[in-house]
Design a protein around this ligand. Structure first.
Ligand SMILES: O=P(O)(O)OC[C@H]1O[C@](O)(CO)[C@@H](O)[C@@H]1O
Length: 233
């Protein structure tokens, strides 16, 4: 793994943006995208650039079950606000959290991923080492599935909701197998709360107990970490 140390989230977002830009110059046109606070600076750099993404495709990692794309807490809404409303893409995919048949939605999303092989996948990391919403214990062979969120994840994400009871407890997520099939992966981690997960991911054994550790088995990963996230290394 290529470890890129930066001062803070702003510099990290700039580095990630540069990797995206180089990727596009080398033919990348399908991007796996992530939500959460981590990629926000990267999206700001994309938005304030003069780049045109109108011939690019995005495939997002995950969505809360039960939330419509117009719901301000949904990941579809997040992506529209942070990127797509400013920089239109040719096509943007996010799992449908309101699908009546969730199993069918997982199957549909696997077809989307198969039809749109991801050139560059952007990832954050949960405090418990999750990637996408693949929580500890998820099989490395998983494809898109419905997940029960752990207490740690619900607590970490409650900052976006009025009260913890409002945080959905289930989500649809792309599986680890699909993430690992991306040609290139950029994982960003900023802040002290991520330090233990980053240490486990980079220095620990490869184990389903810490999903991000699987990235040790991928041959093209850029890990962008700030000083606080790197503080346990
Ligand atoms: O970037 P945050 O807000 O710390 O969240 C960590 C990770 O958890 C998720 O919110 C779950 O998908 C990811 O989007 C994100 O990478």
């Amino acid at each position: 793994m290529d470890i890129i140390r930066v001062k803070n989230a702003d510099e990290g977002g700039q580095k990630a943006f540069e990797i995206i830009k180089n990727g596009i110059a080398n033919g990348a046109d399908t991007f796996g995208l992530a939500t959460g606070s981590t990629p926000e600076t990267m999206y700001s750099y994309m938005v304030s650039s003069d780049m045109d993404f109108s011939d690019k495709v995005s495939v997002n990692l995950d969505e809360y079950v039960g939330l419509d794309g117009n719901d301000e807490q949904s990941y579809r809404y997040f992506m529209n606000q942070h990127l797509f409303n400013h920089k239109p893409f040719k096509k943007t995919y996010v799992p449908d959290g309101k699908a009546e048949d969730l199993d069918a939605e997982c199957k549909r999303y696997d077809d989307v991923i198969a039809d749109n092989p991801i050139d560059i996948q952007v990832l954050g990391i949960g405090q418990n080492g999750h990637i996408g919403f693949n929580e500890p214990g998820t099989s490395f062979d998983a494809t898109t599935h419905v997940v029960e969120l752990t207490e740690s994840t619900v607590n970490a994400n409650k900052r976006y909701f009025d009260k913890v009871e409002d945080v959905p407890t289930r989500a649809l997520t792309m599986g680890i197998r699909s993430i690992m099939q991306s040609k290139k992966i950029i994982l960003m981690a900023f802040g002290k709360a991520k330090a233990d997960a980053v240490k486990g991911m980079l220095e620990g054994e490869v184990t389903e107990d810490l999903p991000a550790s699987v990235l040790q088995n991928h041959n093209d990963v850029a890990v962008i970490i700030d000083e606080e996230a790197a503080s346990q290394l």
